[in-house]
Design a protein around this ligand. Structure first.
Ligand SMILES: Nc1ncnc2c1ncn2[C@@H]1O[C@H](COP(=O)(O)OP(=O)(O)OP(=O)(O)O)[C@@H](O)[C@H]1O
Ligand SMILES: [Mg+2]
Length: 161
């Protein structure tokens, strides 16, 4: 079974890309936000940062269990800005979605994120936080620029090959 994690800063197009990829490759699509609430992984809500507090060790444990339980599947696409924290040995490819800052700003405004949250996420994108963390985990990385429509054919070929 192929395991593909799709990570990137909020608004850079993880869900859009993951769903298209899962449909194209006939892989199982795993929405980590839903998984977190179904498995009660959140350990509270950070009011200031307006985000759930997630224990990565706990999340990874649950995701690894899910991967092992679905070994018979053709593949799984794990959609989350936390998915690149998975240990390298469980992951075939890590796709990092990226987006031009001007466009990302527009997208985050459309998502009705507050000023601070927008600033925080734009900075994370400028400093390539997800990409650098994925490098730190030694993942096999493919960068997908979603500023405009991307070539799904090339990407799915790389990932399934
Ligand atoms: N390749 C693309 N071309 C144009 N617009 C895109 C593209 N990918 C995503 N978008 C748009 O960008 C917005 C954010 O996309 P999406 O929800 O997939 O991001 P995300 O990374 O999953 O965000 P979050 O982390 O908040 O879940 C959506 O309005 C979507 O339509
Ligand atoms: Mg999403």
């Amino acid at each position: 079974m192929k395991v593909i994690c799709v990570s990137g800063v909020p608004g850079t197009g993880k869900t859009t890309l993951s769903r298209k990829l899962a449909a194209k490759l006939d892989y199982f699509y795993l929405d980590v936000n839903r998984f977190i609430s179904e498995h009660k992984i959140s350990s509270g809500y950070d009011k200031k940062r307006k985000t759930e507090i997630i224990d990565i060790v706990k999340l990874n444990k649950a995701l690894i269990k899910e991967i092992k339980n679905n070994k018979k599947m053709k593949g799984i696409i794990i959609d989350s800005h936390l998915s690149h924290y998975l240990p390298r040995k469980y992951v075939n490819f890590c796709v990092i979605t990226k987006c031009a800052i001007k466009e990302l700003n527009k997208r985050l405004k459309k998502k009705c994120f507050g000023k601070n949250k927008i600033k925080e996420n734009l900075q994370a994108e400028i400093f390539d936080v997800c990409y650098n963390e994925a490098i730190g985990k030694k993942h096999k990385i493919i960068v997908a620029d979603t500023t405009k429509d991307f070539n799904m054919f090339d990407l799915s070929k790389k990932l399934s090959g």
